[in-house]
Design a protein around this ligand. Structure first.
Ligand code: BES
Ligand code: MN
Ligand code: ZN
Length: 507
């Protein structure tokens, strides 16, 4: 579902909507229009600030219902603490928080946010305004298409959908132009969330591929490979996972060539797109298995990222490759003990059919290198439950053969709030997937499950190719609600990778 909130910027002097929220810093200095409002209401605002002991602390707020002598129905004051210390991520979160406040009580379909901040210069104030707007936009995302009865769920915010948000800022024009790119990124995040939230009966490999194909509208060059083509290419490892499902596999290759030089090497993003993971014959227990509709979170992120890059006309060449399969149980499913081949030529003994993501990614990694010889490869996958045990939902696990790329991602993680934590790789871990029966086996035993999964992937990465594997099993799905996301799918990674591209690899 596309983001439905319309965002506009207006000057501080234009009229506020009946429901307004004023973001104030701890100086509590009222700007001109607020002073006027305060005066007209016989000092009601400044008295409320005093009476409620409002200090402007972050996320503290007071609400003034129907301020006298005004057209307002509700005026909310929201703290922003010290604007000089706040990061862009703080503003993003605050925008989301503000949107949550405005959505809580139904009043009107339009509301305004007044950024009443002292001590910001005009450059940063446009950035601040745009980040606040992006936060609000991300917060407005809802996945309620299958709820036919509205207003049933008490703790949800859909009762009255806010349709339009007007941000009153010092320089609306420059805020608007800064916001354009952030809006494109938010749309990418929303696409990722949609794909993750969609249940597997509605989103199989074909339906996912159709969503990839739709990126052609943004100017992305999209190619979809069907089963026959995948067999001809030689992606036997990926196909072994798909063979138990009645729904055939697809691989989508999405290219965005926005760099000035069309020949400059591509950045490559690869995603695990298991539309549902039963575990196969090594079947998962029933409890919580429904979550495995999110096992395409890596592919969803890659797809959302490609949309974001195209929609904001990123000056970069990038290719996104997603492997779309379903891991099912059937008379034709692969068995434990099967030995399969891969596009790389290496053979794999399948000890556990539930370790399927790595089988999908292996062929995509080989394909990416053969076909594109990219500048780097970053793959994303909801690969192991073990990464949740190690890192919880705070950080995605990062595995890499390249310090520079790892450090860049770590830095971008801190800036965007989509944090990564580097985990080790080494010969000793690699040995754990040796087997006497084939070149490797697909599991390494009980210990270090996330690391042996990464070692498996690394066997498909050529020496000298900068590569990062992000294990997003803890961050892509089953998300805790927060200021900028209330849905099950987080859209994790789109902002992180877009930021990496924008700050380190563009132009
Ligand atoms: N898709 C799962 C990993 C997963 C678990 C993602 C929880 C999100 C939440 C993956 O395919 C899997 O089943 N991994 C196994 C590997 C094991 C068989 C070596 C796991 O983590 O148990
Ligand atoms: Mn699995
Ligand atoms: Zn899986």
């Amino acid at each position: 579902m596309p983001l439905q909130l319309e965002i506009e910027f207006a000057s501080l002097t234009s009229k506020f909507e009946p429901k307004s929220l004023v973001v104030m810093d701890s100086s509590l200095a009222l700007n001109k229009p607020m002073q006027r409002l305060d005066k007209e209401s016989d000092g009601q605002i400044s008295r409320a600030i005093k009476a409620m002991k409002f200090t402007g602390k972050v996320k503290s707020s007071i609400s003034i219902a129907v301020p006298v002598y005004s057209d307002l129905t509700n005026l909310i004051l929201l703290g922003a603490s010290d604007p000089a210390k706040a990061t862009s991520n703080d503003w993003l979160m605050l925008g989301g928080f503000a949107m949550g406040k405005l959505s809580q009580s139904p009043a009107s379909k339009t509301a305004s946010i007044v950024l009443d901040l002292s001590g910001l210069n005009s450059d940063t104030s446009a950035d601040v305004a745009a980040s606040v707007a992006q936060g609000a936009l991300l917060r407005s995302y809802k996945f309620d298409k299958y709820q036919t009865k509205k207003n049933t769920n008490k703790d949800d915010e859909k009762s009255e959908r806010l349709e339009k948000l007007i941000l009153h800022v010092a320089d609306p024009k420059s805020a608007q132009s800064t916001f354009e790119r952030l809006k494109a990124i938010a749309e990418g995040v929303a696409l990722t969330r949609d794909l993750v939230n969609e249940p597997a009966n509605h989103l199989g490999p074909l339906e996912f591929a159709a969503q990839c194909e739709a990126l052609a509208e943004d100017g992305v060059d999209v190619e979809i490979f069907d089963q026959e083509q995948l067999r001809d290419i030689g992606m036997h490892s990926l196909l072994a996972v798909a063979q138990g499902s009645d729904r055939p596999a697809r691989v989508a290759v999405m290219q965005w060539n926005g760099a000035k030089s069309k020949r400059s090497k591509q950045l490559c993003f690869i995603g695990k797109g298991v539309v549902f993971d039963t575990g196969g014959v090594s079947m998962k227990p029933a409890g919580g298995m429904e979550d495995m509709k999110g096992d395409m979170g890596g592919a969803a992120c890659v797809t959302g990222l490609m949309h974001a890059l195209a929609a904001r006309q990123a000056q970069v060449n990038a290719v996104g490759i997603v492997g779309l399969v379903e891991n099912m149980v059937s008379g034709n499913a692969q068995r434990p003990g099967d030995i399969i081949s891969s596009l790389s030529g290496q053979t794999i003994e399948v000890i556990n059919t539930d370790a399927e993501g790595r089988l999908v990614l292996a062929d995509l990694l080989t394909y990416a290198q053969e076909q594109f010889n990219p500048r780097f490869m970053i793959n994303l996958a909801t690969l192991t439950g073990a990464i949740l045990i190690a890192l919880g939902k705070e950080h995605a696990g990062l595995f890499s053969n390249d310090d520079k790329l790892s450090n860049e991602l770590a830095e971008c993680g801190l800036t965007t709030g989509e944090k990564v934590w580097r985990m080790p790789l080494s010969k000793a871990y690699d040995k754990m997937i040796d087997t006497p029966n084939a070149d490797m086996k697909n599991v390494g035993g009980r210990l270090a499950g996330s690391i042996t999964a990464a070692q498996f992937l690394q066997r498909f990465v050529e020496d000298g190719m900068p590569w990062v594997h992000l294990d997003v099993a803890g961050t892509a799905m089953a998300s805790e609600k927060n200021d900028i996301n209330q849905s099950w799918g987080s859209g994790w990674g789109v902002r992180l990778l877009d930021h990496l591209v924008a700050t380190k690899y563009e132009k």
